[in-house]
Design a protein around this ligand. Structure first.
Ligand code: HEC
Ligand SMILES: [Cu+2]
Length: 350
């Protein structure tokens, strides 16, 4: 392919790619369909700046094309020089003042939104959750509630929920595009933010800071349920007896194996603060295994037998005794039974 045809081809391919990629994204993983206060605020700013910039683009394009057409070299007028307007006070004033006005139109709402979204003064008598980012999963500790959980963060709709965020290892970034902007999660200092969901639903979250080989697999969910359902969920979670004996022979054996095989040194069931690995109190209620695989027994067994093949570099690999398929299957039976609440991702509409 030579000359302009080659360029044309590359260009049309690029255009096609752009078209196809705009189709990417999930309903509950996009900043362009805001479902919460922070995301709505950011979205409004995106629209405002896009409108202002489009007007600027349009005006500049019109002026540019007009000048190009009107003042180009014409036949018979090769030596014609248009009137010179250098130093024209009116023009200079116009193109100094208009950009200033446009910048003010953008800056004022942006500054107000920035302070508003960082305002955590109201945190005291609201729901506070301590969020910990870990390679490659998220932990949630409901302050003063004796509830610890991982992977899925349940919140009531219509309320600001305040997050105090830290990392146990490297820098991560907490991002639920449909609900709020990103927040870095650092090992040294605590960052704070709040989230507020308008509607019930399951909102997908991602780690947005490269944190290791399984960074792109560090997914989590925000499960927004009605305030009543949330109260019920809190009750159910607080009522969990970590020592309750599993139902059914295999699950019972699985429970014993879970205790024998060192799983407990990293995974807590109940409100114990151990968090080397995800808290499994409501593991049976989750929609994913390890945050990414479909939630079924087969995948639980797969994870227990070979976590490395699912999430390279995770901290569970090689840190527990070897298990047979049968043992893993029994443990999976036990873990799938850990479903303390009727309030689940399904009741939030997932
Ligand atoms: C050295 C600590 C450690 C030990 C011991 C350990 N795990 Fe894990 N486990 C982890 C970590 C860390 C993760 C999270 C991995 C990730 O997502 O990056 C995990 C994840 C899991 C998950 C997925 C949890 C979820 O929320 O989806 C299951 C299930 C699990 N482990 C079961 C077990 C079982 C069963 C045993 C015992 C045979 C065990 N683990 C032993 C650290 C450990
Ligand atoms: Cu991360």
């Amino acid at each position: 392919m030579k000359g302009w045809m080659g360029k044309f081809r590359a260009l049309s391919l690029l255009g096609l790619l752009a078209l196809v990629l705009t189709g990417c994204g999930r309903e509950n993983l996009t900043a362009l369909k805001p479902k919460g206060y922070g995301a709505q605020t950011s979205y409004d700013l995106i629209i405002l700046t896009t409108v202002v910039m489009s007007i600027v683009l349009l005006v500049v394009a019109i002026v540019y094309i007009t000048v190009l057409v009107r003042f180009r070299k014409k036949k018979g007028k090769e030596n014609f020089i248009p009137k010179q307007v250098e130093g024209n006070k009116v023009l200079e004033t116009i193109w100094t003042v208009i950009p200033i006005v446009l910048l003010i139109i953008i800056a004022v709402p942006t500054t107000i939104a920035t302070f508003d979204l960082a305002d955590t003064k109201g945190a005291k008598d609201k729901l506070n959750v301590e969020v910990t980012g870990n390679q490659y999963w998220w932990h949630f500790n409901y302050k003063g509630q004796e509830i610890q959980t991982s992977q899925d963060l349940y919140i009531p709709t219509g309320e600001k929920v305040y997050l105090n965020m830290k990392s146990s290892d490297v820098i991560h970034s907490f991002w639920v595009p449909s609900l709020a902007g990103k927040m870095d999660v650092n090992p040294e200092n605590e960052n704070t933010m709040y989230i507020k969901a308008d509607e019930e639903g399951v909102y997908w979250g991602k780690c947005a800071e490269l944190c290791g080989p399984s960074h792109s697999l560090m997914d989590f969910k925000i499960v927004a349920v009605s305030p009543d359902e949330f109260d019920q969920w809190v009750n159910d979670m607080q009522g969990v007896d970590p020592k309750a004996v599993a139902e059914g022979d295999t699950a019972k054996e699985g429970q014993e194996l879970f205790n024998e095989k060192n799983c407990m040194s990293c995974h807590a069931i109940g409100s114990s603060p151990v968090q080397v690995g995800p808290n499994l109190t409501d593991f049976g209620n989750r929609s994913k295994v390890a945050g990414i695989m479909d939630h079924n027994k087969e995948n639980v067994v797969k994870w227990i037998m070979d976590p490395e093949s699912v999430k390279p570099g995770n901290k569970m690999t090689n840190n527990y005794p070897e298990l047979s398929d049968e043992e893993a299957s029994k443990i999976a039976d036990y873990l799938m039974q850990l479903n303390p609440s009727e309030v689940t991702l399904e009741s939030a509409g997932d």
